[in-house]
Write a protein that binds this ligand. Sequence first.
Ligand SMILES: [Zn+2]
Length: 169
Amino acid sequence: MIRPIVKYPDPILQQPTEPVTEFNDELRTLVDDMFESMYAARGIGLAAPQIGVSKRLTVIDLSFNENPDDKLVLINPEITHREGRQYEEEGCLSLPDIREKVVRAKNVTVRAQDINGEWFERDGDELLARAFQHEIDHLDGVLFIYRISMLKRDLVLRRIRKLQRTGDW
Ligand SMILES: [Zn+2]
């Protein structure tokens, strides 16, 4: 089922999520819905709070559903290692049409549980590393516009307020 994407400034996007403790059919349905909603919105990553569920899980697929090996489900993920630096443009389904450059680690290692509750580790670099950091930030209630300069953030927030006034947000 495609669920609507929650947009900034909804408070659910700005609060830490609860750990996932039950690995059951309900979780499977949630994960399926997250992939479906992400593909429908043409995203490469989606965190549970973005469909209004304050739980610590995210899905990522850099291939837009082209390559099954790229489908990643990260449950209760943590970044265990960061290395290097990259400075690239990011966007977010919860902040449509806003794109800003964000400093991120270039290589990261993530430790997470899979849909069955099994722990695994996964390395990512470049775009995948950025997706890991962006999505795990969501699970901590952090949006990418919190990671840009105050000056740029003020401009973004002013733009959003303007769009809100004209009913375009
Ligand atoms: Zn996002």
